[in-house]
Design a protein. Structure first.
Ligand SMILES: CC(=O)N[C@H]1[C@@H](OP(=O)(O)OP(=O)(O)OC[C@H]2O[C@@H](n3ccc(=O)[nH]c3=O)[C@H](O)[C@@H]2O)O[C@H](CO)[C@@H](O)[C@@H]1O
Ligand SMILES: C=C(OP(=O)(O)O)C(=O)O
Length: 476
């Protein structure tokens, strides 16, 4: 492929080959990542941010759903495929999206953001090695490996972070990139990939061993610039895959089958930046529906695509919630008991890849089920270690027993409400399940570790306050 032939390799002081693009008027030389200044450990403890919830009252009103985190991250990575500028609208303002833009900047991209809009110009890319400390802070940062390899023929990317909910390997990404013709090795804690034939990636047919969301997205981006045709079978079918395909198609890519289990991609030599609006966050929408249910309230939410939340809507309707579609993208959920003694009935769920029950809503659903009537069984089949919220929910009085990947929840029913508690968020959705429990609990709940929750919920306390909740952020 042309782009790789123009590239040069220079040995760094560690003798690791570093990739550089030819000098351009804006980028005269390879700029290594700036060394972080050494700072001695602070002598005074850093103040800890907590969320304080004074719970036990009903919510009401309307909440506006932000753009999707899990769409914004791969689409920000996909801007690396494009010459020129891409303008992304409805990007949620979250710690994860801020880190993702720093990753793009560490490669030499020029990023400007105004409110929910981000403009990325990747014409000045000078490095294919993003800052590893940033990559280690989120899962989405690793997705840049696909675009970098496809456009520049080389990528050295540290191992990703993200929620600590399982081993989360990257073997499927590596197998897929190898199928497209890359040489990929794990060296010095980084996945080091290059195209050795000097011609770039080549289209291929391959089947993913599991419909991994991130691997599907990464390989889709790589295949969009590979020579020839690619067929990815057993692909993830999540709505975020459709959103990424929408952006890539806008940029000139040819992708068919997004949202089904088979993707057909015809590679293009160049893609061009375009304007695109990120879809609404279906997990945030589901979270607010569950917030209304756990507080036995009535709220409306928009914009939301009910077809992206079919499993949750069906389960909540079966439990006794009244869900009305007020217009194309507005839902109203009422969980207000119709008679004294009336209450929501528990239900069982098994998490699965889309269109199954979303794993990201599992901890939040567990909080709700702990307040419903009867025994519910939750089976987590996507991540092997996504139960760290259980011990924290138990502090509110929830009755939950874990056996392997199953949790048996003996619902307390509304007659015996949760008690406010001091709890710790250990991951994003587990942390948010504690916020929901706090909203339902009588008295004060203090949640620490709130930075996990900030990874995925824009304007959290403002939105909850808008629904009448008594929620504040404190530093102590
Ligand atoms: C940034 C982002 O979009 N995060 C979402 C994405 O994460 P992510 O893309 O990491 O999730 P995956 O679909 O890849 O992971 C699902 C399962 O596949 C396994 N696996 C994955 C890749 C691989 O190479 N090998 C392997 O074994 C994982 O360990 C996990 O057990 O989808 C998950 C499943 O809907 C969501 O919970 C996350 O919120
Ligand atoms: C698990 C999640 O995110 P990540 O993949 O970024 O860790 C999540 O959004 O619930």
């Amino acid at each position: 492929m042309g782009t790789f032939c123009f590239c040069s390799l220079v040995a760094s002081k560690f003798n690791t080959p570093q990739f550089v693009l030819p000098p351009t008027p804006r980028t005269q030389a390879y700029l290594p990542p700036k060394p972080k200044p050494f700072t001695s450990p602070p002598t005074t403890p850093i103040p800890e941010t907590k969320l304080v919830v004074n719970g036990g009252s009903a919510l009401s009103g309307h909440v506006t759903i932000s753009g999707s985190k899990n769409s914004a991250l791969p689409i920000l990575a996909a801007t690396l495929c494009c010459s020129g500028s891409s303008k992304l609208k409805n990007v949620p303002c979250l710690s994860d999206t801020r880190i993702m833009t720093s990753i793009l900047e560490s490669l030499g991209a020029h990023v400007m953001s105004f409110g929910g809009e981000i403009v990325v110009n990747t014409d000045g890319i000078v490095s294919v090695e993003p800052d590893s400390s940033d990559i280690g802070k989120l899962r989405g940062g690793f997705f840049v490996i696909g675009p970098l390899l496809a456009r520049f023929g080389q990528a050295n990317v540290g191992l990703p972070g993200g929620c600590d909910i399982g081993a989360r390997p990257v073997d499927l990404y590596i197998h897929g990139l190898r199928a497209l013709g890359a040489t990929v090795e794990l060296r010095d804690g980084k996945v080091q990939a290059h195209v050795s034939n000097g011609k770039g990636l080549a289209g291929a047919n391959f089947r993913l061993g599991y419909p991994s969301v991130g691997a599907t997205e990464t390989l889709m981006m790589a295949a969009c610039m590979a020579k020839g045709n690619t067929v990815i079978s057993n692909a993830a079918q999540e709505p975020e895959i459709i959103d990424l395909a929408g952006f890539l198609t806008n940029c000139g890519a040819v992708v068919e089958g997004a949202g089904t289990d088979t993707l057909y991609i015809t590679g293009r030599r160049r893609l061009y930046g375009s304007e695109y609006s990120i879809m609404p966050d279906r997990i945030e929408a589901g979270t607010y529906m569950l917030a209304a249910a756990i507080t036995r309230s009535c709220i409306s939410i928009s914009p939301v695509s009910p077809r992206n939340l079919t499993c949750l809507v069906d389960k909540l309707s079966g439990a006794g919630c009244k869900i009305l579609q007020l217009s194309d993208d507005i839902l109203e959920l009422s969980a207000i008991p119709r008679t004294i003694g009336d209450d929501l009935q528990g239900f069982s769920i098994k998490t699965n890849p889309f269109p199954g029950f979303p794993t990201d809503l599992q901890p939040l659903t567990m909080a709700l089920l702990s307040t419903c009537k009867g025994v519910s069984v939750i089976e987590e089949s996507v991540f092997e270690n996504r139960m760290s919220h259980v011990t924290e929910l138990q502090k509110f009085g929830a009755k939950i027993q874990v056996c392997g990947s199953r949790a048996i929840v003996s619902g307390k029913g509304n007659a015996s409400p949760f008690c406010g508690s001091q709890v710790i968020a250990n991951d994003l959705r587990g942390g948010m399940s504690l916020v929901l429990a706090g909203l339902a609990a009588e008295g004060i709940t203090e949640i620490s570790g709130i930075s996990h929750v900030d990874r995925g919920y824009e304007s959290l306390e403002m939105k909850l306050q808008g629904l009448g909740a008594n929620v504040t952020r404190t530093t102590s």
